[in-house]
Design a binder for this molecule. Structure first.
Ligand code: GLN
Length: 190
């Protein structure tokens, strides 16, 4: 039985826990670095990436999380979580974990369309699309070699993977579809 940690400093972490519950996977809210030794993988939720970044510094979680990634433990970031994983954040020097070779631009869909939904096709998980919920979402502007683009929307990558790090610019935890989380869990044994 795997145990999945969900970073619970700010943002919609409860929704991820509900999704994991639906998959009958046990999870734990993570707020302290000592907890990282007791989990097999970690989800970083959506929320406000600057706030979560500051809290990661305050709770001395930055370096332990980089080591967690370096150790090859699976990490899944959604929206703000994806921003925190990115090495490059256009025009921002905000605190980040910075373990994923992508460049992102925050709030990149503009004011008129701050939030929207769209069908997202992810061939790896099946033919039926997932409903992508985008909320003040970032755009992934560049990916470096070694980063696999699992899905694009309007030409931009929206789901990417590098090793065991997965990042989505949308919120699979806000739908009843558990397939993206199930895909993340498949990385634990890969
Ligand atoms: N706009 C937020 C940020 O830049 C992310 C929004 C989200 O996670 N839904 O951190």
């Amino acid at each position: 039985m795997v145990k999945v940690g969900v970073l619970a400093l700010q943002g919609d972490f409860e929704k991820h826990i509900e999704t994991l519950d639906r998959l009958q996977v046990s999870s734990v809210e993570v707020r302290e670095k000592s907890q990282l030794d007791k989990i097999d993988g970690l989800i970083i939720p959506g929320g406000e990436s600057t706030t979560i970044g500051k809290l990661l510094v305050r709770y001395e979680l930055m370096e332990p999380l980089r080591n967690f990634a370096k150790a090859g433990k699976p990490i899944f970031g959604t929206c703000a979580g994806a921003i925190l994983l990115a090495k490059e954040i256009e025009g921002s020097n905000q605190d980040r974990i910075g373990v994923l070779d992508i460049a992102v631009k925050r709030n990149a869909y503009g004011r008129q369309i701050e939030s929207f939904e769209a069908d997202i096709f992810v061939p790896k998980i099946g033919e039926l699309p997932v409903r992508g919920v985008f909320i003040r979402a970032p755009i992934i502007k560049h990916v470096k070699d070694g980063v696999e683009v699992l899905s694009r929307f309007a030409d931009n990558p929206v789901l990417v993977k590098q090793g065991k790090i997965l990042a989505a610019t949308f919120h699979p935890e806000l739908t009843n579809d558990t397939r993206i989380h199930a895909f993340f869990l498949s990385l634990f044994s890969a």
